[in-house]
Design a protein around this ligand. Structure first.
Ligand SMILES: [Zn+2]
Length: 300
Protein backbone atom coordinates (compact mmCIF):
# COMPACT_ATOMS: atom_id res chain seq x y z
CA UNK A 1 0.00 0.00 0.00
CA UNK A 2 1.26 3.45 -0.85
CA UNK A 3 1.83 6.21 1.60
CA UNK A 4 0.22 9.59 1.71
CA UNK A 5 1.21 13.20 2.17
CA UNK A 6 -0.82 15.12 4.74
CA UNK A 7 -0.91 18.59 3.22
CA UNK A 8 -2.03 22.11 4.03
CA UNK A 9 -1.85 25.42 2.20
CA UNK A 10 -1.93 28.31 4.66
CA UNK A 11 -3.13 31.41 2.82
CA UNK A 12 -4.13 34.83 4.10
CA UNK A 13 -7.80 34.14 3.32
CA UNK A 14 -8.22 30.36 3.28
CA UNK A 15 -6.69 27.16 4.59
CA UNK A 16 -6.80 24.28 2.14
CA UNK A 17 -5.84 20.86 3.38
CA UNK A 18 -6.13 17.21 2.56
CA UNK A 19 -4.46 13.98 1.54
CA UNK A 20 -2.23 13.67 -1.53
CA UNK A 21 -1.10 10.30 -2.87
CA UNK A 22 2.47 9.49 -3.85
CA UNK A 23 1.56 10.04 -7.49
CA UNK A 24 0.21 13.45 -6.47
CA UNK A 25 -3.51 12.82 -6.77
CA UNK A 26 -5.60 14.76 -4.26
CA UNK A 27 -7.80 12.28 -2.35
CA UNK A 28 -9.43 14.45 0.22
CA UNK A 29 -9.77 18.20 -0.01
CA UNK A 30 -11.06 20.72 2.52
CA UNK A 31 -11.20 24.50 2.52
CA UNK A 32 -11.97 26.76 5.46
CA UNK A 33 -11.34 30.42 6.28
CA UNK A 34 -7.93 31.21 7.77
CA UNK A 35 -9.43 33.35 10.52
CA UNK A 36 -9.56 30.42 12.99
CA UNK A 37 -5.81 29.86 12.64
CA UNK A 38 -5.23 33.59 12.88
CA UNK A 39 -7.20 33.74 16.13
CA UNK A 40 -5.72 30.55 17.62
CA UNK A 41 -3.19 31.17 20.37
CA UNK A 42 -1.66 27.70 19.87
CA UNK A 43 -1.06 27.31 16.10
CA UNK A 44 0.23 23.75 16.42
CA UNK A 45 -2.83 22.58 18.37
CA UNK A 46 -5.16 24.22 15.84
CA UNK A 47 -3.50 22.55 12.85
CA UNK A 48 -3.36 19.18 14.62
CA UNK A 49 -7.08 19.45 15.35
CA UNK A 50 -7.82 20.01 11.64
CA UNK A 51 -5.59 17.13 10.63
CA UNK A 52 -6.84 14.62 13.21
CA UNK A 53 -9.92 13.32 11.28
CA UNK A 54 -7.67 12.69 8.25
CA UNK A 55 -5.12 10.89 10.42
CA UNK A 56 -7.88 8.69 11.82
CA UNK A 57 -9.40 7.99 8.42
CA UNK A 58 -6.21 7.22 6.52
CA UNK A 59 -4.10 5.89 9.41
CA UNK A 60 -1.10 7.70 10.82
CA UNK A 61 1.15 4.81 9.79
CA UNK A 62 0.30 5.53 6.16
CA UNK A 63 1.22 9.23 6.33
CA UNK A 64 4.86 9.69 5.28
CA UNK A 65 5.12 13.36 6.17
CA UNK A 66 3.34 16.68 6.53
CA UNK A 67 3.73 19.07 3.59
CA UNK A 68 2.90 22.74 3.98
CA UNK A 69 2.57 25.60 1.51
CA UNK A 70 2.59 29.06 3.08
CA UNK A 71 2.14 32.67 2.02
CA UNK A 72 4.99 33.54 4.34
CA UNK A 73 8.58 34.65 4.33
CA UNK A 74 10.79 31.90 5.75
CA UNK A 75 14.37 31.12 6.60
CA UNK A 76 16.42 29.23 4.03
CA UNK A 77 15.98 25.95 5.90
CA UNK A 78 12.22 26.45 5.71
CA UNK A 79 11.68 25.90 9.41
CA UNK A 80 10.80 29.35 10.75
CA UNK A 81 8.06 31.65 9.42
CA UNK A 82 9.15 35.27 9.60
CA UNK A 83 5.66 36.59 9.06
CA UNK A 84 2.50 35.89 7.11
CA UNK A 85 0.40 38.75 5.84
CA UNK A 86 -3.16 38.51 7.18
CA UNK A 87 -2.42 35.75 9.71
CA UNK A 88 -1.60 36.80 13.24
CA UNK A 89 1.00 35.07 15.37
CA UNK A 90 3.28 33.88 12.57
CA UNK A 91 6.14 36.26 13.37
CA UNK A 92 9.29 34.21 13.97
CA UNK A 93 7.17 31.08 14.43
CA UNK A 94 9.21 27.82 14.38
CA UNK A 95 6.30 25.99 12.78
CA UNK A 96 8.26 22.99 11.49
CA UNK A 97 9.62 22.19 14.94
CA UNK A 98 6.26 22.80 16.64
CA UNK A 99 4.40 20.40 14.33
CA UNK A 100 7.10 17.74 14.25
CA UNK A 101 7.17 17.62 18.05
CA UNK A 102 3.41 17.59 18.36
CA UNK A 103 2.57 15.17 15.57
CA UNK A 104 5.62 12.92 15.36
CA UNK A 105 5.92 13.23 11.59
CA UNK A 106 8.51 15.00 9.41
CA UNK A 107 7.30 18.43 8.27
CA UNK A 108 8.36 20.14 5.02
CA UNK A 109 7.37 23.74 4.37
CA UNK A 110 7.73 25.89 1.28
CA UNK A 111 6.50 29.25 0.03
CA UNK A 112 3.19 29.19 -1.84
CA UNK A 113 4.66 30.68 -5.03
CA UNK A 114 7.19 27.86 -5.17
CA UNK A 115 4.68 25.06 -4.59
CA UNK A 116 2.42 26.67 -7.22
CA UNK A 117 5.28 26.65 -9.74
CA UNK A 118 6.09 22.99 -8.99
CA UNK A 119 2.43 22.08 -9.48
CA UNK A 120 2.16 23.86 -12.84
CA UNK A 121 5.41 22.36 -14.15
CA UNK A 122 4.07 18.89 -13.47
CA UNK A 123 0.56 19.62 -14.70
CA UNK A 124 1.85 21.03 -17.98
CA UNK A 125 4.34 18.13 -18.31
CA UNK A 126 7.17 20.61 -18.84
CA UNK A 127 10.74 19.56 -19.38
CA UNK A 128 12.44 20.36 -16.07
CA UNK A 129 15.90 21.14 -17.42
CA UNK A 130 16.77 24.82 -17.68
CA UNK A 131 15.05 27.75 -15.98
CA UNK A 132 11.33 28.24 -15.56
CA UNK A 133 9.80 31.16 -13.77
CA UNK A 134 6.42 31.68 -12.20
CA UNK A 135 4.77 35.08 -11.87
CA UNK A 136 1.66 35.31 -9.73
CA UNK A 137 -0.24 38.58 -9.81
CA UNK A 138 -2.44 38.47 -6.74
CA UNK A 139 -2.66 40.85 -3.80
CA UNK A 140 1.09 41.27 -4.34
CA UNK A 141 3.42 40.39 -7.19
CA UNK A 142 4.63 36.86 -6.45
CA UNK A 143 7.57 35.23 -8.16
CA UNK A 144 9.27 31.82 -8.19
CA UNK A 145 12.08 30.19 -10.07
CA UNK A 146 12.85 26.57 -10.83
CA UNK A 147 16.31 25.58 -12.12
CA UNK A 148 16.77 22.05 -13.49
CA UNK A 149 13.76 20.86 -11.50
CA UNK A 150 14.78 22.48 -8.22
CA UNK A 151 13.28 25.54 -6.60
CA UNK A 152 15.85 28.33 -6.37
CA UNK A 153 15.87 29.87 -2.88
CA UNK A 154 18.94 32.10 -3.00
CA UNK A 155 21.81 32.25 -0.52
CA UNK A 156 19.61 33.43 2.34
CA UNK A 157 16.27 32.01 1.21
CA UNK A 158 14.96 35.35 0.01
CA UNK A 159 15.32 35.12 -3.78
CA UNK A 160 12.66 36.03 -6.33
CA UNK A 161 11.30 39.14 -4.64
CA UNK A 162 10.35 40.52 -8.03
CA UNK A 163 7.74 42.83 -6.51
CA UNK A 164 10.46 44.63 -4.59
CA UNK A 165 12.79 45.68 -7.40
CA UNK A 166 13.32 49.45 -7.33
CA UNK A 167 11.58 51.86 -9.70
CA UNK A 168 13.51 55.06 -10.46
CA UNK A 169 11.74 58.14 -9.13
CA UNK A 170 9.21 56.26 -7.03
CA UNK A 171 9.41 57.63 -3.48
CA UNK A 172 6.45 55.86 -1.85
CA UNK A 173 7.12 53.47 1.04
CA UNK A 174 6.41 49.80 0.45
CA UNK A 175 5.04 47.42 3.10
CA UNK A 176 8.39 45.60 3.00
CA UNK A 177 10.07 48.55 4.69
CA UNK A 178 11.88 50.18 1.78
CA UNK A 179 10.70 52.73 -0.71
CA UNK A 180 10.10 52.65 -4.44
CA UNK A 181 9.23 48.96 -4.96
CA UNK A 182 7.52 48.06 -8.25
CA UNK A 183 4.77 46.27 -6.32
CA UNK A 184 3.50 49.70 -5.31
CA UNK A 185 2.43 50.02 -8.97
CA UNK A 186 2.04 46.41 -10.04
CA UNK A 187 -0.33 44.15 -8.10
CA UNK A 188 -3.94 43.41 -7.23
CA UNK A 189 -3.90 45.72 -4.22
CA UNK A 190 -3.18 48.68 -6.51
CA UNK A 191 -5.87 47.54 -8.91
CA UNK A 192 -8.40 47.34 -6.07
CA UNK A 193 -7.63 50.93 -5.09
CA UNK A 194 -8.01 52.12 -8.69
CA UNK A 195 -11.33 50.24 -8.97
CA UNK A 196 -12.60 52.00 -5.87
CA UNK A 197 -11.17 55.51 -6.35
CA UNK A 198 -11.24 55.98 -10.13
CA UNK A 199 -13.50 53.36 -11.68
CA UNK A 200 -16.05 53.12 -8.83
CA UNK A 201 -16.71 49.46 -9.53
CA UNK A 202 -15.94 46.11 -7.87
CA UNK A 203 -12.34 45.11 -8.59
CA UNK A 204 -13.53 41.87 -10.23
CA UNK A 205 -15.21 43.95 -12.97
CA UNK A 206 -12.44 46.45 -13.54
CA UNK A 207 -11.07 44.86 -16.73
CA UNK A 208 -14.49 44.30 -18.26
CA UNK A 209 -15.84 47.76 -17.49
CA UNK A 210 -12.71 49.92 -17.41
CA UNK A 211 -10.08 47.92 -19.25
CA UNK A 212 -9.07 50.93 -21.37
CA UNK A 213 -8.68 53.24 -18.36
CA UNK A 214 -5.11 54.58 -18.29
CA UNK A 215 -4.56 53.75 -14.62
CA UNK A 216 -5.76 50.17 -15.14
CA UNK A 217 -3.49 49.64 -18.15
CA UNK A 218 -0.59 51.13 -16.22
CA UNK A 219 -0.85 48.38 -13.56
CA UNK A 220 -0.66 45.69 -16.24
CA UNK A 221 2.20 47.52 -17.94
CA UNK A 222 4.21 47.68 -14.70
CA UNK A 223 3.64 43.95 -14.10
CA UNK A 224 4.83 43.29 -17.67
CA UNK A 225 7.95 45.45 -17.17
CA UNK A 226 8.87 43.51 -14.05
CA UNK A 227 8.50 40.24 -15.97
CA UNK A 228 10.54 41.63 -18.89
CA UNK A 229 13.36 42.52 -16.48
CA UNK A 230 13.47 38.98 -15.12
CA UNK A 231 13.24 37.37 -18.58
CA UNK A 232 16.05 39.65 -19.81
CA UNK A 233 18.35 38.40 -17.05
CA UNK A 234 17.40 34.72 -17.04
CA UNK A 235 16.27 33.83 -20.58
CA UNK A 236 13.91 31.17 -19.14
CA UNK A 237 12.36 28.37 -21.19
CA UNK A 238 8.93 29.53 -20.06
CA UNK A 239 7.05 31.93 -17.83
CA UNK A 240 4.03 30.54 -15.99
CA UNK A 241 1.57 33.32 -15.27
CA UNK A 242 -1.10 33.00 -12.61
CA UNK A 243 -2.67 34.64 -9.59
CA UNK A 244 -6.08 36.12 -8.84
CA UNK A 245 -5.67 39.15 -11.11
CA UNK A 246 -4.98 36.97 -14.17
CA UNK A 247 -8.14 34.99 -13.40
CA UNK A 248 -10.38 38.06 -13.35
CA UNK A 249 -12.80 38.35 -16.30
CA UNK A 250 -11.30 40.36 -19.15
CA UNK A 251 -7.67 40.18 -17.95
CA UNK A 252 -5.79 41.76 -20.89
CA UNK A 253 -3.48 38.83 -21.63
CA UNK A 254 -2.62 40.07 -25.14
CA UNK A 255 -1.67 43.53 -23.89
CA UNK A 256 0.39 41.99 -21.08
CA UNK A 257 2.20 39.60 -23.46
CA UNK A 258 2.87 42.30 -26.06
CA UNK A 259 4.21 44.67 -23.41
CA UNK A 260 6.58 42.03 -22.08
CA UNK A 261 7.77 41.20 -25.60
CA UNK A 262 8.34 44.75 -26.76
CA UNK A 263 10.65 45.20 -23.77
CA UNK A 264 12.76 42.16 -24.66
CA UNK A 265 15.72 42.17 -27.01
CA UNK A 266 15.59 40.81 -30.54
CA UNK A 267 15.92 38.16 -31.73
CA UNK A 268 15.99 36.52 -28.29
CA UNK A 269 14.67 36.30 -25.67
CA UNK A 270 11.75 38.07 -27.47
CA UNK A 271 11.13 35.49 -30.18
CA UNK A 272 11.45 32.56 -27.79
CA UNK A 273 9.23 34.14 -25.12
CA UNK A 274 6.90 31.36 -23.99
CA UNK A 275 4.02 32.21 -21.67
CA UNK A 276 1.86 29.52 -20.08
CA UNK A 277 -1.24 30.40 -18.06
CA UNK A 278 -1.43 28.70 -14.68
CA UNK A 279 -4.39 26.40 -14.10
CA UNK A 280 -5.61 28.24 -11.02
CA UNK A 281 -6.64 24.83 -9.63
CA UNK A 282 -7.80 25.06 -5.98
CA UNK A 283 -5.70 22.00 -5.06
CA UNK A 284 -2.50 23.43 -6.60
CA UNK A 285 -1.14 24.51 -3.20
CA UNK A 286 -1.48 21.16 -1.45
CA UNK A 287 -0.43 19.07 -4.47
CA UNK A 288 2.56 21.42 -4.93
CA UNK A 289 3.45 21.06 -1.24
CA UNK A 290 3.49 17.28 -1.73
CA UNK A 291 5.71 17.68 -4.82
CA UNK A 292 8.13 19.76 -2.76
CA UNK A 293 8.07 17.26 0.11
CA UNK A 294 8.68 14.37 -2.31
CA UNK A 295 12.07 15.84 -3.17
CA UNK A 296 12.98 16.32 0.51
CA UNK A 297 11.43 13.22 2.03
CA UNK A 298 13.51 10.10 1.73
CA UNK A 299 11.52 6.96 2.33
CA UNK A 300 13.17 4.66 4.87
ZN1 LIG B 1 8.91 46.36 -1.18
Amino acid sequence: MGKYYLCMEIGGTNLRYGIVTQDFQVLDFHKIASVGLSDASDKGAYIEELFSPLLRQYGKERICCIALSLASLMDKERSICYNSPNIRGFDKLPLKQILEKRMGLPVYMERDVNTALLYEIRKNKLETSGIMIGVFIGTGLGNAMCIDGKIYKGSTGSSCELGHIPVPGLEEMCGCGKKGCIELKACGKVLAKIAEDICHCPVEEVFLRHGEETAVKEVIKMCALAVAAEVTILDPSCVILGGGVTEMPGFPLDYFTETVKENLRLPNPREAFNLILASGAPEAGIAGAALNAAVLYRQP
